[in-house]
Write a protein that binds this ligand. Structure first.
Ligand code: UD1
Length: 443
């Protein structure tokens, strides 16, 4: 039987203790073709939002397919400060208890660690009519404003002020509104959605983001009793329900398409063959088309995705775009693949201008990459050469690990705490399919 969430002897921290280690390094040696099966964990960019959605209803919420990543732990700390407790009754599961005793304040020490903390704004304002939230942190890839979140909430009747670095939002009760985004922001779509479920009347979100993680959140909200039409489209229609009528739920987190792409990239650069159990090919359509152009053979199965890599990849040009375009989070992996492909590829970043910082680190491994504004020109080389490098953010950290698999000698990656924010045992999963890789604890 699962331990009670109220049992004080049961650890509240849902994360494996070794993932809390920030000074570890990952040591990678050039590896032969990866072979075997990788189980794809649940999506970071979904589960953090699902966790925030537990603020919307009292009771015991049960989340499954939860990745063992540091950001889940940080989000559980943030929600504990607000009033929702988290325990892990079994690996990959979270039991989240909302007793209704909520303090709608998100403190700076927690908010600054994780961008997704902004996702408490919509639920708290919609349900409790007030919230104080420090401006969010997370990966540092350039300026990441929240103006669309705030103007959407204002259109729904919120009064918003900035006070000593905090956003303070209040509303007697939000009302439905037509909210049209000038850009399909993931976070703004989620916040308007979770605010709208309790608003009086109907909210229409036009040019909504369509990421699979947003559909996952919508499905959880519907299972809690929310009334949402247009799930998976760029026009979401939310008919508000009375506060207090939503109920706690059980929800299975959507598989992580970015982690899946990481294992595809690892198979690709080593000329390997992998089966990615749980990977959703339908959530990665555009990426898989481009990977096919690079020479990968990709075979969707009912329970995952098989990949067969060629001896050498072919270069392509790629531009990042909101879903269903190529996600910006895939880009460091694509640049790494191009670094060892045959030919020259141009990668264009359309979401975050500053998101090429890892390129210097790849160049330390011998990659030939030049950046110019939004563009990176990558001239493929037959192999890279190992060196010490530092992970600048989550996805770039994973890309450096992938690069290490095709680098002669030893690649030592520091800044592993970035990787731990979004990857559930990347090292163990790669080692299990033949990679020469280990995690070394801090000296
Ligand atoms: C989410 C993901 C992140 C991913 C990104 C784009 C999480 C926790 N993070 O981030 O991994 O890279 O989607 O797919 O899910 N913007 C504004 N004003 C706003 C909101 C956004 O100008 O009010 C800009 C941002 O600065 C950025 C772009 O829009 O340039 C994309 O932001 P958005 O889609 O909101 O991404 P996030 O939700 O922050």
């Amino acid at each position: 039987m699962s331990p009670s969430p109220l049992d004080p002897s049961h650890p509240r921290d849902p994360l494996s203790p070794d993932r809390r280690t920030s000074d570890a390094v990952v040591v990678v040696h050039r590896s032969g073709p990866l072979q075997g099966e990788v189980v794809v964990p649940g999506a970071k960019n979904s589960v953090l939002k699902l966790m925030a959605a537990t603020l919307l209803a009292d009771g015991e919420h049960h989340l499954t397919n939860v990745p063992d990543i540091a950001d889940v732990s940080i989000m559980s700390d943030l929600l504990a400060a607000i009033g929702v407790t988290t325990t892990s009754p079994a690996p990959g599961e979270l039991l989240m208890v909302n007793t209704g005793d909520i303090t709608p304040v998100a403190p700076y020490e927690l908010v600054e660690r994780i961008r997704a903390s902004i996702n408490v704004l919509g639920p708290l304002l919609g349900r409790f009519g007030r919230v104080r939230l420090s401006l969010p942190g997370g990966d540092d890839f350039g300026s990441r404003p929240i103006d669309m979140h705030l103007s959407g909430l204002e259109a729904m009747g919120a009064t918003i002020t900035l006070d000593h670095g905090d956003v303070v939002a209040t509303a007697d009760r939000l009302h439905g509104a037509d909210v049209t985004f000038e850009f399909p922001s993931v976070g703004a779509t989620e916040n308007i959605l979770t605010a709208a479920v309790h608003a009086k009347g109907t909210t229409v979100i036009d040019n909504a983001a369509r990421e699979p993680e947003i559909s996952d959140l919508c499905r959880m909200l519907v299972s809690m009793g929310a009334d949402i039409e247009g799930i998976g489209t760029s026009r979401l229609v939310v008919h508000g329900v009375e506060p207090g009528t939503l109920r706690a739920t059980r929800h299975d987190t959507v598989p992580d398409r970015i982690q899946a792409a990481t294992y595809l990239a690892a198979a690709a650069v080593t000329g390997g063959e992998l089966f990615l159990r749980g990977a959703r090919a339908d959530h990665m359509d555009m990426l898989l088309r481009r990977f096919t152009d690079m020479g990968l053979e990709l075979v969707p199965q009912h329970d995952g995705l098989s990949v067969y890599a060629p001896e050498r990849l072919r270069a392509i040009d790629v531009a990042t775009l909101p879903y269903p375009g190529i996600a910006t989070d895939y880009k460091p992996l694509i640049v790494t693949m191009l670094a060892v492909a045959d030919g020259v590829g141009i990668v264009t970043e359309n979401l975050y201008p500053g998101r090429f910082r890892y390129v210097e680190e790849l160049c330390r491994l011998g990659a030939d990459i030049r950046t110019d504004g939004h563009h990176a020109v990558v001239r493929g080389r037959a192999a890279l050469s190992g060196a010490p490098v530092r992970a600048p953010d989550i996805r770039a950290g994973a890309a450096l690990v992938v690069a290490g698999l095709v680098a002669e000698g030893t690649t030592t990656i520091s800044g592993v705490h970035h990787i731990d924010r979004g990857y559930d045992d990347l090292v163990g999963r790669l080692a299990a399919v033949g990679a020469s890789i280990e995690r070394r604890p801090p000296r």
